[in-house]
Design a binder for this molecule. Sequence first.
Ligand code: SAH
Length: 366
Amino acid sequence: MRVNLLGMTRQTLRTWVAELGEHPYRADQVMKWAYHRGAASFEEMTDLSMSFRDRLGALAEFKAPRVESVQQSSDGTRKWLLRLDDGNAIETVLIPEERRTTLCVSSQVGCALNCSFCSTATQGFSRNLNVQEIVGQVWLAHHALAEEDPDGPGITNVVLMGMGEPLLNFDNVVEAMNIMRDDMAFGLARRRVTLSTSGLVPGIDRLREVCDVSLAVSLHAPDDELRNTLVPINRKYPIAELLAACERYVAARPRARVTFEYTLMAGVNDSPAQARALARALEGVPAKINLIPFNPYPGAAYRRPAQADMQKFVDILHRAGYTTTLRRTRGDDIDAACGQLVGRVQDRTRRQERFRARLQNEGAPE
Ligand code: SAH
């Protein structure tokens, strides 16, 4: 088995290279060839000695997940279905816009948090993605773009907003984001890498200490009573505690703001009173608000509000002084919009529940 260099931070790669008896700086050269110039093989890395290239070829590789299919939406959004070594599949979405190209990356196979309006939740949870699998998504999209347009800007932004709760896969996600930020790899600035969380307070505090990226928080409700029903983790970390963690996060970073995601659902959280309550709740927090029209999926219990109602909601927040965007829904013709990513999850949680239920029915000991 060859070592996969794709999941290695520069520091780890330097150590690995040094163990082969080469100068650690060679690691930087390898990374530049692979990430910047898209070298398909070690042979192409012509400023490395022939013998080192041969050894690299024998020992190592850059291996991303296998592309099972690519779907292209009429609006340019593209969705990859990626097959992992264990048979699971995950989804990655590319969203081209006028001035940027954003990649929406998954962090877990499925998700263990049961947000009531998210289709990933209906799939259950299988496992965390490893570093290679997270970085591999950026790698694949980056190389696909470079092939089509070698002089284009490639991926300009990455958001950890695909399948999974990134803070529940903390170490792998942080290492992957460090590779995204590294100049020898994807070289993305802090404001161009955004981690989105359902609101795990201890994870936000840990992230603040170890990794410099932008933070997005899935709020979806202005008060605890409603948020408890939509985002059940709120029972553990209620809004006041969550917002305090957000304030600590931005206080550690000059000019930073937290993006609050708020999925608008008809008759649930879209009234003018709720818009005003949201404005009050976020008072004092350096915030941007990202409103997302609810994206339907089979079996969903919610509906997207009428355009006029969503616009009223936006206007109230604008008048209260918040930078607010109503996200244009992208890629919904290929089920690539927020909350529509499902991949193919071998659900461990539910299988275990079924297994336990069966044992109990049969009266067998656990
Ligand atoms: N688990 C992380 C990362 C997922 S980000 C988090 O919760 O932040 C995906 C965003 O889309 C989240 O804000 C999520 O709440 C939202 N979302 C989920 N289902 C949706 C749906 N059906 N329509 C619109 N937005 C949805």
